[in-house]
Design a protein around this ligand. Structure first.
Ligand code: IMP
Ligand code: ZN
Length: 323
């Protein structure tokens, strides 16, 4: 069996997927046509010369959000994203998205639309279970962050089988997250069963060390990327068995890591970081154009391990996180 078919047949768990970054360009174009939005014939994607992480964020603000402007568009995106993950052999999926005001809809309406679109998508794709994390963007002010935490708690009470936590995302070049700490602490106090997941040390500068320590003091349930974590902080993470969402293509294609061979996954694996705490994820499959099966193929190549080892690893991850 060829590598990709083997990887597609694995029952996989995806824990780090941004909704608006997971819509494929062909589906986005279909949606643009439906909504009468003009998209340029050529949209530069990663892989084009000089493409950087900043260009990824520009893609969201200038292209994707120009199309995903109302409830109908958001629903279309969620349904197409869930169907694509299902086709890729994902059995358990945690999607994340930043609540925003769209046409005719406030942040509460955004969350309610995502939740109902997920319910509908699951009823149409019975082999996949889908959950939702509400994202706070690091550029949000404390009031917006607090509103999103309150929405997470509200919707987790209403739909406990769908809403499972809060994520902190956003362009890491746009500054720290200390201003978000009161809201994130409140989440841990008021809703201890909800997960807190945070993008962590994604680029070389910042983070400041004391910010990383502040984040760890919040007891996050998982951390995303962890590309530029100083050794002594990584040692603490390992001792505490903090799960890391590994996004190979996002890091390499987004330009924060030079090559798959140089990716920190290999170092973490060889250092004995608990395997069930290393989770392969896509981040933004619509932008980085590498689905989760392909991430498994890349990981097997860079780790130099057998299919059996990869299968055991995928199973460990499913056993630990799919709930
Ligand atoms: P949305 O939250 O569903 O609109 O998904 C897109 C958003 O996810 C972007 O505007 C970013 O804030 C966030 N995002 C996507 N990829 C990354 C990443 O690699 N690092 C940090 N944030 C990201
Ligand atoms: Zn991300």
């Amino acid at each position: 069996m060829d590598e990709l078919t083997w990887a597609k047949n694995l029952a996989k768990t995806e824990l780090h997927a941004h909704i608006n970054g997971s819509i494929g360009m062909p589906d986005l174009r279909k949606l643009a046509d439906l909504k009468g939005v003009h998209l340029p014939a050529e949209i530069a994607l990663p892989g084009s010369a000089g493409f950087s992480l900043d260009d990824v964020f520009a893609l969201f603000s200038k292209t994707i959000y120009s199309v995903v402007r109302d409830a109908q568009a958001l629903q279309f995106v969620v349904e197409h994203v869930v169907a694509a993950f299902k086709r890729d052999g994902v059995r358990y999926l945690e999607l994340r998205s930043t609540p925003k005001s769209l046409e005719g809809m406030d942040m509460d309406g955004y969350v309610s639309t995502v939740v109902s679109a997920i319910s509908k998508a699951m009823s149409e794709n019975e082999t996949i279970r889908v959950k939702f994390l509400l994202s706070v963007d690091r550029r949000h002010d404390p009031e917006t962050a607090s509103t999103i935490v309150s929405l997470a708690i509200k919707y987790a009470n209403l739909f406990p089988s769908i809403v499972v936590g809060v994520d902190v995302c956003g362009n890491p070049a746009c500054g720290g997250i200390k201003h978000l700490v009161p809201s994130l602490s409140r989440l841990k106090l008021d809703a201890p069963t909800l997960k807190l997941v945070i993008h962590f040390a994604e680029i070389e500068t910042p983070p400041e060390e004391d910010e990383l320590l502040t984040i760890l003091s919040l007891n996050p349930d998982r951390l995303g990327h962890c590309t530029f974590v100083p050794d002594h902080i990584m040692a603490t993470m390992r001792a505490r068995k903090i799960p890391i969402e590994i996004c190979l293509s996002s890091n390499v294609v987004g330009g924060t890591v030079n090559s798959f061979e140089a990716h920190h996954l290999k170092q973490l694996w060889d250092s004995g970081y608990p395997r069930e705490c290393l989770i392969l994820c896509t981040d933004d499959v619509g932008i980085f154009c590498s689905d989760l099966s392909n991430e498994y193929v890349i990981a097997r190549r860079v780790l130099g391990v057998s299919r059996e080892v990869m299968e055991e690893w995928a199973q460990l991850v499913c056993d630990k996180y799919a709930r």
